[in-house]
Design a protein around this ligand. Structure first.
Ligand SMILES: [Zn+2]
Ligand SMILES: [Zn+2]
Length: 52
């Protein structure tokens, strides 16, 4: 599929201390307060920057 190689990164923000963005695939816990990501944490999808 040409042109379908867009990459998105999922980030989340700690609902406890509002730290972020954190990478969903890397950070299972908030690196600031140690809170484990839960359904109350805000999740966003960002378009990943292209590396040249
Ligand atoms: Zn936190
Ligand atoms: Zn949470």
């Amino acid at each position: 599929m040409p042109g379908s190689s867009r990459t998105y990164v999922h980030v989340w923000y700690c609902d406890d201390c509002h730290f972020g963005p954190l990478n969903i695939s890397i950070d299972a816990h908030c690196v600031n307060c140690g809170h484990q990501r839960c359904s109350y944490c805000k999740v966003e999808t960002h378009k990943a920057p292209r590396n040249s």
